[in-house]
Design a protein around this ligand. Structure first.
Ligand code: CA
Ligand code: CA
Length: 195
């Protein structure tokens, strides 16, 4: 058709605020807007859960549905562009923190915020604890059929025991973060966004 895929940046309301709160560059936001617009089939400015299901990588991810749900935190049916970008910003790589002003507010892509995102994929009832049942559900989604129910129960039991420091048989966010202390979350939970 020869149409130039020009950026629709002029359509973005609150552009400066979005840049300030997410740390994305103007180029990033513009790219993400194009992506948002391509998913927004009815062009109403909001994405529904079914729009997200058209993202190939999520459709095949065993936790895809939970990841999608994380974009709809308050039981909303639709997510606007600003919320969309704010959540993606959690996955922005962490830049060199050395020159960071220590009094600056915590950035949206901090290690702690990345961990919080992962934690809530387990903590489905949102009570701040991963119970044995919740952990078992996630493991069941992630492993294939070659693992028996008994093995899965054992893995769950052991994982809880290792992480559970206060002995309540569940994993709090603090315990979760400590159990992953040596894991390079900054790297694992970062997406390189095209500039
Ligand atoms: Ca829970
Ligand atoms: Ca505990």
């Amino acid at each position: 058709m020869g149409t130039v895929c020009s950026s629709q940046i002029s359509k973005i309301t609150n552009l400066d605020e979005i840049i300030a709160e997410t740390g994305f560059s103007k180029g990033h936001v513009s790219r993400l807007y194009d992506r948002f617009a391509s998913l927004d089939k009815d062009e109403k400015g909001f994405l529904s859960k079914s729009d997200f299901q058209n993202i190939g990588g999520l459709a095949v991810n065993p936790l895809g549905e939970r990841i999608i749900n994380a974009f709809f935190p308050d039981g909303n049916e639709a997510v606007d562009f600003r919320t969309f970008v704010r959540i993606l910003a959690i996955f922005r790589p962490i830049e060199n923190e050395k020159n960071k002003d220590p009094s600056a507010p915590e950035s949206v892509n901090s290690r702690s915020n990345k961990l919080k995102f992962a934690f809530q994929l387990y903590d489905q009832d949102n009570d701040g604890k991963i119970t044995k049942k919740e952990l078992l559900q996630v493991l069941r989604m992630m492993v294939g059929v070659q693992v028996t129910e008994e093995q899965l129960e054992n893995i769950t039991e052991r994982t809880i025991q290792e992480a559970d420091l206060d002995g309540d048989n569940a994993i709090s966010f603090k315990e979760y973060a400590m159990s992953l202390e040596k894991v390079n979350i900054e790297h694992k939970m970062s997406i390189r966004f095209l500039k």
